[in-house]
Design a protein around this ligand. Structure first.
Ligand SMILES: Nc1ncnc2c1ncn2[C@@H]1O[C@H](COP(=O)(O)OP(=O)(O)OP(=O)(O)O)[C@@H](O)[C@H]1O
Ligand SMILES: [Mg+2]
Length: 328
């Protein structure tokens, strides 16, 4: 079964064709990073206009290897994300579904991030290697969710960030340190020549599965404004403070819930220090998609959509965007 995935929830216009929820036939991502970088963050109005310009060329490119007759369904992200950006993907996907007489399914962007673990270039790509129940940590630009997954489409949210998401914290810290946008890769790069020697706080929040990163950001602000610190040391210290909390709290939850595996996903899962610490400390196997499948893409949307179609979850032509859609 070949599914065309469409993703426009934020600042990436993406389309992909995936067979049987795992084999990537095409995977096209047009990033708007260069356009938004000069503003230090995403400008929603510019993002939606840019999606309008790129969506058709991106879908055409994803379809160069495949004929429309071979496509069995369309999966499109309908939330969460920026309303204007989501509308472009959802409406173009509905128009194609109508014109080509194909079934369409609306996909939750956060579930899609988790399904990046099923793609063939991910460790769990060979079918059946994900073992339920598993614990999913979705760490992206807008979310830091800890989710128990008991089976396909069965998600139970255990915790979330009370303030900044992990990726958002990286982006804000990078701005504070003058390292540019997006912040995660910039901090990871700067941290390579630094030592994590600066005293920065970790919010453990007792037994709760929630996260909080705004106190850490404020502590970094105070250090920077006091002066005399090296940017590389600050980047390394900030990165380790986030990694320590994400790793310790996720592993603690994994032990409590006796899950069989931990699945990482979202842009922050591209961070090498995070993945090294997980692999070194977890008592259960940790699955991590390759970096290009951690950040936004449409292959993960198509993979998730495949399992929707398997379960008979088909959307109507009244499918609408849900910008604040949650998980579980
Ligand atoms: N190597 C890295 N280390 C840390 N953070 C990273 C790294 N690479 C990317 N990120 C962060 O990941 C985020 C982007 O991830 P992603 O594309 O999954 O988020 P999003 O789609 O904007 O948000 P959401 O999925 O919550 O809607 C950015 O905040 C970026 O700084
Ligand atoms: Mg995302």
């Amino acid at each position: 079964m070949k599914i065309l995935g469409v993703e426009t929830s934020c600042d990436e216009t993406a389309a992909a064709v995936v067979e049987d929820g795992s084999r990537i036939i095409s995977d096209v991502v047009a990033s708007q990073i260069d356009i938004h970088a000069r503003y230090g963050g995403i400008v929603p109005e510019i993002a939606s206009r840019q999606h309008l310009l790129t969506i058709i060329p991106v879908i055409s490119q994803a379809m160069t290897e495949v004929s429309w007759q071979d496509i069995n369904g369309i999966a499109v992200t309908f939330g969460p994300g920026l309303a204007g950006s989501l509308l472009v993907g959802v409406n173009v996907a509905k128009a194609i579904a109508l014109a080509k007489k194909l079934p369409i399914t609306g996909v939750n962007h956060l579930e899609a991030h988790i399904y990046a673990n099923w793609l063939d270039s991910s460790p769990a790509g060979e079918k059946g290697r994900v073992k339920f129940p598993c614990l999913c940590l979705v760490v992206s630009g807008g979310h830091s969710d800890l989710v128990l997954m008991k089976g396909h489409g069965q998600f139970e949210k255990l915790g979330q960030t009370l303030d900044d998401a992990a990726g958002e914290a990286f982006d804000k810290a990078a701005r504070l340190l003058g390292l540019g946008y997006p912040g995660g890769p910039a901090i990871e790069q700067a941290a390579r020549s630094g030592i994590p020697c600066l005293p920065l706080p970790r919010a453990w929040l007792k037994e709760s599965h929630d996260f909080s990163f705004s106190g850490l950001k404020t502590a970094l602000w105070h250090l920077v404004h006091k002066g005399g610190i090296s940017v590389a040391d600050a980047a390394a210290s900030f990165q380790l403070a986030i990694v320590d909390v994400l790793v310790a709290k996720t592993i603690e939850a994994a032990k409590q819930l006796e899950v069989k595996q931990i699945l990482l996903s979202g842009g922050v899962a591209a961070n090498k220090i995070l993945t090294q610490h997980f692999l070194a400390n977890s008592p259960v196997p940790v699955l991590i998609p390759p970096p290009h499948l951690c950040t936004d893409n449409a292959a993960m949307v198509a993979a998730c959509g495949y399992y929707h179609f398997q379960a008979g979850k088909i959307s109507g032509y009244d499918l609408d965007v849900v910008p604040s859609l949650g998980l579980g």
